[in-house]
Design a binder for this molecule. Structure first.
Ligand code: GRF
Length: 200
């Protein structure tokens, strides 16, 4: 399955996907990495792995709709069949999602629907929850609101800061995202409305 990744920043989740792919434990073909940030470390990680990488900086377009039109044309040109958002810091427009024609997944560093949006780990620490975690979900037109594929709990420990919690969650993210992709590609996911069941 031809797969692309979109990332805006450091790209550690992208790296986890690349590592799994290179070790033969991710049954997809990573064909393209895109970013809205020309300087994203994610683009350098892609290049180092020999994956075509391209920036689509917003300021090169009249608006986000035009940027996403160009991005989608590039993905379609690469015959992408699956898109993984890995720290892509923009909410994709409804137009992009409707015209994509391939599934889009995202990973978020909280147990959704708690703490959607930016600074999920800070939100969790400030709220005082004892447990947070991460979620892999299908992308819909809302903010971190699509059907949930996998979640894993991570404890919030006394004295945790946003950074210490983020680091603990990130370790789990790096395992959970490849796992969700394996389930999807292996045909193990059954969708009933917004419920996703994992077949045994
Ligand atoms: C991760 O915490 C991810 O869950 C969130 O953004 C962060 C990206 O980190 N959506 P990285 O760029 O993959 O290191």
């Amino acid at each position: 399955m031809k797969t692309a990744v979109l990332a805006s920043g450091r790209g550690s989740n992208l790296q986890a996907l690349i590592d799994a792919w290179q070790s033969g434990s991710l049954p997809v073909n990573l064909v393209a990495v895109g970013s809205d940030q020309s300087e994203a470390q994610a683009l350098k990680r892609a290049e180092a792995a020999g994956i075509p990488a391209k920036a689509f900086p917003l300021n090169a377009y009249p608006d986000q709709l035009a940027q996403e039109e160009d991005l989608l044309a590039w993905l379609h040109g690469n015959e992408v069949e699956l898109l993984l958002l890995a720290g892509y810091m923009r909410v994709l427009k409804a137009d992009f999602i409707q015209k994509a024609g391939f599934p889009i997944l995202n990973i978020h560093p909280s147990l959704l629907p708690a703490f959607p949006g930016l600074h999920a780990q800070r939100q969790a620490v400030e709220y005082g929850v004892r447990y947070s975690g991460c979620t892999v979900h299908f992308v819909d037109e809302g903010l971190d609101s699509g059907p949930i594929i996998l979640q894993e709990v991570v404890p919030v420990l006394p004295g945790d800061t946003e950074d210490s919690l983020a680091a603990r969650i990130l370790e789990v993210e790096h395992r959970l995202y490849p796992e969700a992709v394996r389930l999807l590609v292996g045909g193990k996911l059954e969708r009933r409305g917004r419920q996703i069941w994992v077949k045994k």
